[in-house]
Design a protein around this ligand. Structure first.
Ligand code: FAD
Length: 417
């Protein structure tokens, strides 16, 4: 049986990056992928544009039991270093809002192409349709991998192993729990998993009319009186709840609160550019200037019709045939309040299969953050989403995959010398 210097399990973002980093100085690198091709999930990232990293991704913007775990990897393999690496591979990047970085072509396929070409150039051996089912550590410190490939069972020998199997999120794109099982088989602890970067389910009672509507809004996620997170951006109402970039951004916090049995509320400010007092004055003036307008038309030219009607209904000003001039000061204050602070009860997430990232995973206390090596099994390394680490939406998760992949590979190869 051929003995590889390094076997990498998982041909996703961190596995490919690890194989490239290792392949530069090591000739016997094997990359095993259970799917029919490598990098399948990468093609779907950033809505097919691949938000490859974020200019602001440092150790901040990451979560988990010990978010500080990411610091050494992020300090050593910084965003700039990663971008230089991609540039060397032929992939220039472009920066958009909030520091989000994309391939210049705005095509995720371009990212996968340069990674594949580099793997080929470096002579990394790639085996697809190869699911690692068990890892065994031999007495001499090397490893044996037991692989299912179609109907066939195969075995591989390697001196070092990197487990880069990703998390459970988005099973349709390759997410699975295989990596957790492999680590558990070697004595590692896996913390409970939850969906992150995911749409949120909400109590849509009285809000059904808004389904399909989009608003530039400011969102505040509250747990009782406590403000847990604030985000701005385009909010989308759906038939089950809320979606859109600001919702995805605060969804991990909501997911954790829901898991603790809390009942988070999303407060929507539909008109963040006005404070409540100014808005109340504007609404009062509106009612006084055209007192003969029916409430049905009260918001016309100012707030989208469906939102206006929903607000009037919740403010209890029915019927819509009433005249604007008949609105009382109290009613106008209630309308203003709802436009500035519209409460939506969050009831759940849209589940792991729709999530972009897994919260929870391999317990980071059992790994060395300076090498990514297991403290329990020497010679075994872990990268990326498999850890109990999740990043904010906007390129943070891929940057963690790139940084942890490079660190694990370089340390694994160094330990062989
Ligand atoms: C729809 C979607 C959009 C996203 N968009 C972005 C974005 O724009 N920016 C961003 O930063 N992040 C984004 N993410 C998150 C990001 O893609 C992941 O965090 C990142 O890919 C994790 O990298 P990884 O290498 O840890 O795991 P993955 O990329 O998931 O790769 C793991 C690989 O391991 C393989 N594997 C698993 N078990 C085995 C086994 N036993 N044997 C062999 N192979 C195995 C899997 O098939 C998979 O190919 C998105 C995620 C999704 C689902």
């Amino acid at each position: 049986m051929k003995q590889y210097a390094l076997a990498i399990i998982g041909g996703g973002a961190s596995g490919m990056m690890a194989a490239i980093a290792a392949g530069k100085s090591c000739k016997e690198v094997l990359l095993l992928e259970r799917g029919g091709r490598i990098g399948r999930k990468l093609l779907a990232t950033g809505n097919g544009r691949c938000n490859i990293s974020n200019r602001n991704a440092q150790h901040k913007g990451y979560h988990g039991a010990v978010p500080e775990f990411v610091r050494p990897a992020m300090d050593r393999y910084t965003v700039d270093k990663t971008l230089r690496l991609f540039e060397e591979m032929g992939l220039p990047v472009v920066e958009e809002e909030d520091g989000k970085l994309y391939p210049y072509s705005l095509q995720a396929a371009a990212v996968l192409d340069v990674l594949r070409l580099e793997l080929e150039r470096l002579g990394v051996e790639i085996r697809t349709d190869s699911e690692v089912q068990t890892i065994r550590r031999l007495k001499d410190g090397s490893f044996r991998l037991y692989v299912q490939s179609g109907e066939e069972k195969q075995e591989y020998a390697a001196r070092r192993v990197i487990v880069a199997c990703g998390g459970e999120a988005s099973a349709g794109l390759g997410g699975c729990s295989g990596g957790y099982r492999l680590l558990e088989g070697l004595g590692h602890k896996i913390t409970p998993r939850l969906p992150g970067i995911v749409q949120l389910k909400a109590d849509m009672n009285g809000l059904k009319g808004l389904s399909g509507s989009k608003f530039e809004a400011s969102l505040t996620l509250r747990d009782g009186k406590k403000v847990c997170r604030k985000e701005n951006g385009e909010l989308l109402f759906t038939d089950y709840g809320v979606s859109g970039p600001p919702v995805m951004q605060l969804s991990a916090t909501a997911s954790r609160l829901l898991d603790r049995g809390r009942k988070p509320v999303l407060e929507i400010d539909f008109l963040p550019e006005f404070d409540e007092e100014t808005l109340t004055k504007m609404l009062r003036r509106r009612a006084h200037t055209r007192p003969d307008k029916r409430l049905e038309d009260y918001f016309t030219g100012f707030v989208p019709k469906r939102l206006g009607q929903c607000i009037l209904k919740l403010a209890g000003t029915a019927p819509l045939s009433r005249l604007a001039g008949s609105l009382t000061g109290q009613e106008i204050a209630a309308i203003s309040r709802l436009l500035k602070c519209f409460p939506v009860q969050i009831t759940g997430t849209n589940g792991m299969k729709n999530a972009q990232v897994t919260l929870g995973g391999a317990d980071t206390s059992q790994f060395d953050p300076y090498t990514m090596e297991s403290k329990l099994v020497r010679g075994l390394y872990v990268t990326g989403e498999l850890y109990d680490i999740d990043g904010d939406c906007g390129g943070y998760n891929l940057q963690w995959a790139w940084s942890s992949g490079q660190l694990a590979a370089e340390e694994a190869v160094r330990s062989l010398a």
